[in-house]
Design a protein around this ligand. Structure first.
Ligand code: ADP
Ligand code: MG
Length: 300
């Protein structure tokens, strides 16, 4: 069973498709990174899943049931756009209002439970407007976590956070998945961060799914290259290109996509008077994987 299963989902605004025949599957327990450039349809997809928008056509199933099923709706928590908090009220009061909206019993205990998860238990009485952006995002997550949902839908929750804020958010999301048995669906364009936690990826372009891939699969497909530093990058590149198929320049480094032949790469450089000052083997990361995939699509 999947936490989310979407089939043939479409949504248009004034005749333009924001989501166009989209299908995807999110396994239970996944941290599913939903990636795509601005305007590709990520937020619209999330709003459709949450029932904030109604689709033109298509099917959304959550935990095997239709997404409108009230029994399944209570299992979904979301943070889309912003937390929707009252700026002049305290963190606690804002969460209390959410508890009342959700008709929760043990509201106080639930508030303290979610504040602990988002590392805000010491800021209970702080006014929302006094909170940093990172804190506001965490309060949004706390709101979404009230009532112990089994699925969290997050729209760019790490946008605008500093390195520390991103790290805390990462830790929170991993904790939510491991200790709260929650599945996380997260859109983000900060791929370097997403890569540290995501177990699956869905890549969307112009409202359509381009690729769905597990992090493991991506890792095994990611190409390995030899990275070298030489003084005369241009000259060395010319020399290498005569013998090796793919040679690229990446800032002050040269990349040769031929990991089996490190010795001959170095030998070839030395023979031609290029001393190598640094050498390492690397794998392309999510960011480059994504860029390469997009440029492939652009050429199609
Ligand atoms: N409420 C709306 N009314 C009209 N157009 C919209 C609305 N919401 C989104 N769109 C359009 O749909 C497309 C997808 O937007 P969105 O889902 O917000 O993309 P993303 O979140 O990936 O940046 C964009 O072209 C956007 O302008
Ligand atoms: Mg968006």
């Amino acid at each position: 069973m999947y936490a989310i299963e979407i089939n043939g989902l479409s949504k248009s605004f004034r005749g333009m498709y924001a989501v166009n025949d989209l299908s995807l599957k999110v396994p239970v327990g996944a941290i599913y990174g939903f990636i795509g450039e601005n305007g590709s349809g990520k937020s619209t997809t999330e709003k459709l899943i949450c029932g904030h928008l109604v689709a033109d056509k298509g099917e959304i199933k959550l935990f095997g049931r239709d997404y409108t099923d009230p029994g399944v709706r209570v299992k979904v928590g979301a943070l889309i756009e912003n937390a929707g908090c009252f700026p002049g009220s305290s963190v606690y009061t804002n969460l209390m209002m959410q508890a009342i909206n959700l008709n929760l019993e043990n509201a106080h205990e639930e508030i303290m439970r979610v504040l602990k998860i988002v590392r805000m238990e010491d800021n209970v009485h702080l006014k929302f407007k006094k909170c940093s952006l990172g804190m506001k995002q965490r309060i949004g997550i706390a709101m979404a976590l009230m009532g112990s949902p089994k699925l969290l839908i997050l729209d760019e929750p790490i946008n605008g956070l500093d390195a520390d804020g991103m790290r805390i958010m990462r830790e929170i999301l991993v904790e939510v998945v491991t200790t709260q048995n929650c599945t996380v669906f997260i859109s983000s364009h900060i791929l370097g961060e997403l890569e540290k936690i995501a177990t699956h990826y869905g890549i969307i372009r112009r409202g359509k799914l381009v690729q769905e891939i597990s992090a493991k699969e991506m890792e095994s497909r990611a190409r390995v290259f030899v990275s070298l530093k030489v003084k005369d990058t241009e000259g060395a590149k010319k020399v290498l290109k005569e013998r090796f198929a793919v040679v690229k320049e990446e800032e002050e480094y040269l990349r040769v996509y031929d990991e089996e032949n490190v010795e001959s790469i170095v030998e070839c450089l030395l023979k031609n008077g290029h001393a190598v000052s640094e050498i390492s083997k690397n794998k392309i990361g999510l960011e480059e994987y994504y860029i390469e995939l997009m440029s492939e699509k652009e050429r199609e």
